[in-house]
Structures are given as C-alpha cells and as structure tokens.
Design a protein around this ligand. Structure first.
Ligand code: CUA
Length: 159
C-alpha cells in the first residue's frame, strides 16, 4: 500500500500529539497528584444550614491529628473565611453548596474541586509551605462570581 509522503508526516505528527497528551495526563497524575475525585456522598442542599456538619462549617482537628475542613460555598462567598490549617499535615476538605455549582481552588496548589449542590466534595492534601493562599471559585456561578474568593492561611507546624 502506498501512502503519500505528506500523509505519512501528518499521521506521524497526529500520533505524536496523542502521545504527548497521554504523557501529560500521566505526569499530572503521578508527579503533581492531580486526579479526579473518587468520593461520592449525597446531601440535601435545601437543609445544609441545619445540617449537623455543614450548619457549622469550620476547621476541626481529629484525635489522630488529622485536620478536617468543612466548607460551604454559596453565592458569593466561602464559609469559613479565612480558613486556617497547619502546614505539613494531611488536611481533608469537605465541601458542598446550597445553591449552584461553585469551584474551590487553592491557587498554586493541587487543592481543586468542583462544589456541586446535592453532593459533598472531599479531598485530602498537605500544604508544605506556610503562608497565605488565595482561594477562588472557578465555576461561573452568577453575577458576582468574579468576587467569590477566600483566604487560606497555612500556619507553621507547631510540633
Ligand atoms: Cu461561586 Cu463562581
């Protein structure tokens, strides 16, 4: 079978491009720990403010030293704000929304999730560097989407 030279070049280029994209996914998943969440948990968005956990969002340290941050994302703020967590320890975020889809991204880290009404988004990460981080909503959620943000304060490890 005769394949024209230019066609062979473009077939090769297309195959190389696919290989590059697949490699990018593997590198992101492996080296940067960027993965889709696997946690599925449902919640009634209408009763979030009376919910035992999400009715009083905040930062909690469990007896084993792990930290759980419960966050409600709603038009157009995050509660709590600021969020204060320790550096160098696993921090589990649990997020939900009573209204529309929001995003939760800690700029400059791999902490990033969609916040979907009816579901609890959960992920665990560790912040190595103390400092102040910007949290932004990265899903368009309405008129004041561009104002929706918070501050994450990562405090120097105390032990
Ligand atoms: Cu909330 Cu955009």
């Amino acid at each position: 079978m005769n394949v024209d030279l230019y066609e062979r070049i473009w077939m090769g280029a297309a195959a190389a491009l696919i290989a590059v994209f697949l490699l990018a996914i593997v590198i992101a998943a492996g080296a940067y720990a960027i993965q889709p969440p696997s946690h599925v948990e449902i919640i009634d968005p209408a009763t979030i403010h009376d919910h035992p956990e999400f009715g009083a969002p905040g930062v909690e340290t469990r007896p084993d030293g792990s930290v759980v941050v419960t966050v409600v994302a709603e038009m157009f703020f995050f509660d709590p704000d600021p969020i204060e967590v320790p550096a160098g320890r696993p921090v589990t975020f649990r997020l939900t929304s009573p209204d529309v889809i929001h995003g939760f991204e800690v700029v400059g880290t791999n902490a990033n999730a969609m916040v979907i009404p009816g579901y609890v988004s959960e992920f665990t990460t560790t912040f190595a560097e103390p400092g102040e981080y910007m949290v932004v909503c990265h899903e368009y959620c309405g008129m004041l989407h561009h104002n929706m943000g918070a501050t994450l304060v990562v405090q120097e490890a105390t032990e």
